[in-house]
Ligand binder design. Structure first.
Ligand code: LCV
Length: 259
């Protein structure tokens, strides 16, 4: 069965996550298929992409496929990993990428949805960023996605609790552009997509790229960068990281020791 479904309707590309058995976990294969579909849309100059899960999904995506995370002593989110590549592709796509969300969004999928240009959800949607459940040192670009979108205090609460944020709170906090009733979600989303698709694609592409450059404009010294990398290495080299991954795979709660 195809892990993602891709279709084009009136210059709007739609990508449907299609692996409910594994709760649309972001495996290398699924993300590769997603990147192929987005590249095809770009080649066809598709103005807007809607990213969604299967209709009435209970889980939009369970996030990074944990079985594909390194067991220890390797950066779990390296620059060239499929998830990091997908985040950059969404940010660089020269058109709007809209996440249409039903069900739970977890971990790296939450980062991907936050990285989309807009998020439209129904009352079943929830959002959780979960590295602290795995003892995993999230990376600077991922943290910056949340700071830019939500502000520091809300981003910290999401990272420190790793708890799912409800649809109502997601609307209040500004994660959602729109919270709409389930039966209206598709029409509402594709209507906005249609409006955007009717506007100047060149202007949208250049304005989106300026947003990206300005949001990324956080100059740090090489020493600061190396210090962040050193801090992250301490975590992914730790007992806690290995314990977090093993606990998930053994379907038990982790016992963190802070070392
Ligand atoms: C592999 C999975 C997964 C999965 N990977 O169904 O943000 S970070 O830093 O944490 C980043 C590294 C990241 O994204 O990490 C992953 C974070 N994701 C989560 O913490 C969510 C983990 N999943 C769950 O909590 C549950 O699966 C939810 C609540 C999403 C759905 O629960 P439900 O009871 O409906 P199951 O847990 O029974 O999962 C169904 C199948 O999908 C697999 C899971 O192992 C099971 O497969 P098997 O039946 O073969 O055992 N699965 C779920 N999530 N992230 N595999």
């Amino acid at each position: 069965m195809a892990l993602i479904l891709a279709e084009i309707k009136e210059n709007i590309g739609c990508i449907t996550l299609n692996n409910p058995r594994k709760r649309n976990a972001f495996s290398e294969e699924l993300l590769g298929d997603m990147l192929d579909a987005i590249a095809d849309f770009e080649q066809k100059k598709i103005a807007v992409i809607v990213l969604r899960a299967e209709k009435n999904a209970k889980v939009w995506s369970a996030g990074h496929d944990v079985t594909e995370l390194p067991k220890s002593r390797r950066d779990p989110l390296p620059y060239y990993s499929p998830l990091e590549k997908a985040l950059r592709v969404v940010q660089h796509y020269p058109g709007a990428v809209i996440a249409m969300v039903q069900g739970g969004v977890w971990g790296g999928a939450c980062d991907l949805v936050i990285t989309c240009d807009m998020i439209i959800g129904d009352p079943t949607c929830t959002f959780a960023i979960t590295p602290v459940k795995l003892g995993l040192p999230y990376n600077p670009t991922g943290i910056l996605h949340f700071i830019t979108r939500l502000g520091i205090n809300i981003a910290k609460e999401m990272f420190f609790t790793a708890d799912p944020v409800s649809a109502e709170k997601a609307e209040k906090w500004g994660i959602l552009n729109h919270l709409v009733p389930t039966e209206e979600l598709e029409n509402f989303t594709f209507n906005i997509a249609g409006t955007i698709a009717s506007r100047s694609p060149l202007a949208i592409g250049v304005i989106k790229e300026q947003f990206r450059i300005l949001c990324d404009a956080h100059p740090i010294t090489p020493e600061t960068f190396e210090r962040m990398q050193g801090l992250r290495r301490k975590v992914y080299d730790s007992h806690d990281y290995t314990e977090g991954i093993n606990a998930f795979l053994e379907k038990r709660n982790p016992v963190f020791r802070g070392e």
